[in-house]
Ligand binder design. Structure first.
Ligand code: G6P
Length: 614
C-alpha cells in the first residue's frame, strides 16, 4: 500500500526520491507524487495518476531542484485514483505539503470543523484534512511545525505514517507514525525516510524504526530527534540493516515474481541454515527452545494471518496437530480481531506475516497480547512491526519479496512451521525418533527437489498457453494439499484475473461440480499419499463431466496420467512436505498464464503487497 519516501541533506533530493518510489512500487499503488523545496525556496508539488514513470514524464520540464523533499505512492482508500487525490497534499496557503499512509477515521468531523472556519478542499481524501488541520493549528496558535503536528495528531483517530514539510522552514521534515510503518535512515549529514528500508539501504545501513505515536524531526545539521505527542523525548535505538541491493533488482529475470519462484531452493537453504545441524539429524528453532515451557503448557495454538500467509497457517495447523498433538485453530486476522475471541494466558498465538506490517494481523497480535496470550511471530521483513510486537518468533529469512503475489515467502513460512512442529514434537515426545529423523532428512532434500520441478518451467509455460482462454478454474487437493489448492487458486486470480476456486477435493460434490463442463480446467493435486485413491475417484467424477484435468502426480504415475488431460510430475517426498514441492508448479502456471494474457505480473491491479490499512 501507500509508500513514503523523504530526504534531507546535501544531495539533490529528486533522484533519491524517485528511485525510492520505484523501490516501493512493489507495495501496490495507483498514483504518485513528489514535493520539493527548490532553489527559489518555493514548495513545488507534482502529482500524476498511474506509475512512477508517469510522474517522471510529467515533471520532465519542471523545476525539480532542491535537497529536501518528500514523495509518495498512493493506493486509493478515500477518493478515486487521480492526480488531485494523489499525495503530497498542500495546505490551503501552500505553505505545507504532507504525505500519508493510513486512514484518518474521523476525517469527516475534522473536515466539517475546518470547512466551518472557511477552509476549502481540493481532493476527496482524508489526508488533505490532516494537512489543513496542521496549518490551521500552526496559524491560529502561531507555533512551530512540530508542535502543530503534535496537536493535530492528538485530534486524529486512525492510522498514519506521515511526513510534512514547511516552505518557511526548509531545513526540516517532521514525520510521525501510528500503526503504519516508518523508518528513518541516518547518513552522513543527511536523513532518509521510507515505509521500509528498501529505498534507504543504498545510502546507509543505519536506521531507526519509529514506534507508534512517535514523531521524528529530521533537521539539517542536527541529530535525529524523536519525541512523542506530548513532546517527551523517546529513546531510539539505531539498528544496522543488512540488505543486498541485488535482492532488490530483477537480476536478469523478466519479472520479480519469476525470480522469486526460482530463488526458492536457495531461500529454503537460507531458512534452514543454522537450524538443522550439519549431520542433518536435528532441528533447533532457538525461539521454541527458549520458550518451550510456555509453548508446551499451552491449551491450544491460534494462528492468525491474512492472504497467502493464512494458507501457510492451514498447513501449520496440520503439521502441529499431527506432530505435536496440540489443538490448533486458524483464524483470518481480520475476523479474529473483531469477534471478541475467547483467549487467555494459556493460549499461544502464532502470527504469520511476510511483510510484518499487515494491519489486521498486527491488530490481532495486540489484542491477543492484551488478553495475556503468548505471541510467536513468523515473519520475513526484519525489524517490521509484527516481530517487534511479539514475545518471540522466527524469521523465515527468504530475503525481500517484491512481486505482489507471494511465492518464496509461502514456502519459507511452511518451512519454518515444519521446523517449529518438529522442534516442539521432539520436546513433547509426540513423534518417534525414526519419523523425526525421516522428516528432518527429507526437509534437507526439498531444495534439490524444488530444482527438479523448476526444470519443467518451459513445459509449464507451453501448457499454460492452452489455458489463457479460461474464465474459471477449480483447484482441488486433500489433506496437506488442500491449502496448496487454495494457494494455487489465489495465485492465478491475483495476477491473471481469472476466477479460481480452491476446494478440498471431496467437497467438490457439494457445489463446484455443478460448474464442471468441457470448458472448465480443474487442477488436481494427486500425489501418491494416503488419500490417492480418493483423489483418483474425484478425477473420474470430473472426467465423467468432461472437465479438463491438469493433475500434479508423482513421477512414474501411470494411472492418473491415462485419465488426466495434462500431468505435471513431481518428485516423491513425505506427505507432510508435499506442499513445499506441489506449490511450485502452481506458481509457475499462474505466472505463465498471466504473462500470456499480457498482465502486469509484479503489480496486479488493485492489489497491495503490504496491506497497512484494515
Ligand atoms: C496482501 C499480499 C499477499 C499477502 C497478504 C498478507 O494481500 O498481496 O501476498 O499474502 O497481503 O500479507 P503478509 O505480509 O501479512 O503476509
Amino acid at each position: 500500500m501507500c509508500g513514503i519516501v523523504g530526504y534531507i541533506g546535501h544531495r539533490e533530493a529528486y533522484p533519491i526520491l524517485i528511485k525510492g518510489l520505484k523501490r516501493l512500487e512493489y507495495r501496490g499503488y495507483d498514483s504518485a507524487g513528489v514535493a520539493l523545496i527548490g532553489e527559489d525556496r518555493q514548495l513545488n508539488v507534482y502529482k500524476a495518476k498511474g506509475k512512477v514513470s508517469d510522474l517522471e514524464a510529467f515533471v520532465s520540464q519542471k523545476d525539480v531542484s532542491g535537497n529536501v523533499g518528500i514523495a509518495h505512492t498512493r493506493w486509493a482508500t478515500h477518493g478515486e485514483p487521480c492526480a488531485a487525490n494523489a499525495h503530497p497534499h498542500y495546505s490551503s496557503s501552500q505553505r505545507l505539503a504532507l504525505i500519508h499512509n493510513g486512514i484518518i477515521e474521523n476525517y469527516a468531523v475534522l473536515k466539517e470543523k475546518l470547512q466551518a472556519k472557511g477552509y476549502t478542499f481540493r481532493s476527496s481524501t482524508d489526508t488533505e484534512v490532516l494537512v489543513q488541520l496542521i496549518e490551521y493549528i500552526q496559524t491560529v496558535d502561531n507555533i512551530d511545525l512540530l508542535t502543530a503536528v503534535q496537536l493535530a495528531l492528538r485530534e486524529v483517530i486512525g492510522a498514519y505514517a506521515i511526513a510534512v514539510m514547511d516552505r518557511d522552514n526548509p531545513d526540516e521534515i517532521v514525520a510521525a507514525r501510528k500503526s503504519s510503518p516508518l523508518v528513518v535512515g541516518i547518513g552522513q549529514d543527511e536523513f532518509f525516510l521510507a515505509s521500509d528500508a528498501t529505498p534507504i539501504v543504498e545510502y546507509t545501513d543505519k536506521v531507526v524504526y519509529l514506534e507508534d505515536e512517535e514523531i521524528a524531526v529530521i533537521r539539517r545539521g542536527a541529530p535525529l530527534k524523536v519525541v512523542n505527542l506530548n513532546n517527551v523525548e523517546c529513546p531510539h535505538e539505531i539498528k544496522t540493516v543488512s540488505m543486498n541491493l541485488g535482492q532488490l533488482e530483477k537480476g536478469g529475470y523478466p519479472h520479480f515474481m519469476l525470480k522469486e519462484i526460482f530463488e526458492q531452493p536457495d531461500c529454503i537453504y537460507d531458512c534452514m541454515r543454522g537450524r538443522i545441524n550439519v549431520e542433518g539429524t536435528n532441528v533447533v528453532l532457538s525461539a521454541v527452545i527458549d520458550y518451550k515451557e510456555r509453548l508446551l503448557a499451552a491449551n491450544r495454538f491460534i494462528i492468525v494471518a491474512c492472504g497467502t500467509s493464512w494458507h501457510a497457517a492451514l498447513i501449520g495447523k496440520h503439521l502441529i496437530e499431527s506432530f505435536c498433538r496440540i489443538p490448533v485453530v486458524v483464524e483470518y486476522a481480520s475476523e479474529f480481531r473483531y469477534q471478541d475471541p475467547v483467549i487467555g494466558s494459556n493460549d499461544v498465538v502464532i502470527a504469520i506475516s511476510q511483510s510484518g506490517e499487515t494491519a489486521d494481523t498486527l491488530a490481532a497480535v495486540e489484542l491477543a497480547k492484551s488478553r495475556g496470550a503468548f505471541i510467536y511471530g513468523i515473519c520475513n521483513a526484519i525489524g517490521s512491526s509484527i516481530p517487534r510486537a511479539t514475545h518471540t518468533g522466527s524469521y523465515i529469512h527468504v530475503g525481500p519479496e517484491i512481486g505482489v503475489a507471494s511465492t518464496k515467502a509461502f514456502t519459507g513460512q511452511v518451512t519454518v512451521l515444519t521446523m517449529l512442529a518438529l522442534t516442539l514434537a521432539r520436546e513433547k515426545r509426540t513423534i518417534d525418533d525414526a519419523f523425526y529423523l525421516s522428516v528432518v532428512q527429507e526437509l534437507e532434500q526439498i531444495p534439490e527437489k524444488m530444482k527438479e520441478v523448476l526444470k519443467q518451467n518451459d513445459r509449464i509455460a507451453e501448457l499454460s498457453k492452452i489455458f489463457t482462454y479460461a474464465h474459471n478454474f477449480i483447484y482441488l487437493g486433500r489433506g496437506y494439499s488442500y491449502p496448496v489448492a487454495l494457494e494455487g487458486a489465489l495465485k492465478l486470480k491475483e495476477i491473471s484475473y481469472i476466477h479460481a476456486e480452491g476446494y478440498p477435493a471431496a467437497e467438490m460434490k457439494h457445489g463446484p461440480i455443478a460448474l464442471v463442463d468441457a470448458e472448465m480446467p480443474v487442477v488436481v493435486i494427486a500425489t501418491q499419499n494416503g488419500l490417492y485413491e480418493k483423489v483418483l475417484s474425484n478425477i473420474q467424477e470430473i472426467k465423467a463431466r468432461k472437465g479438463r484435468v491438469i493433475a500434479l502426480v508423482n513421477k512414474g504415475d501411470t494411472v492418473i496420467s491415462r485419465l488426466a488431460d495434462t500431468c505435471i510430475e513431481l518428485p516423491e517426498t513425505l506427505e507432510c512436505l508435499e506442499p513445499l514441492i506441489a506449490t511450485v508448479p502452481l506458481q509457475l502456471m499462474a505466472y505463465h498464464i498471466a504473462v500470456c494474457k499480457g498482465m502486469d505480473v509484479d503489480q496486479p491491479r488493485n492489489l497491495a503487497k503490504s496491506v497497512t490499512v484494515e
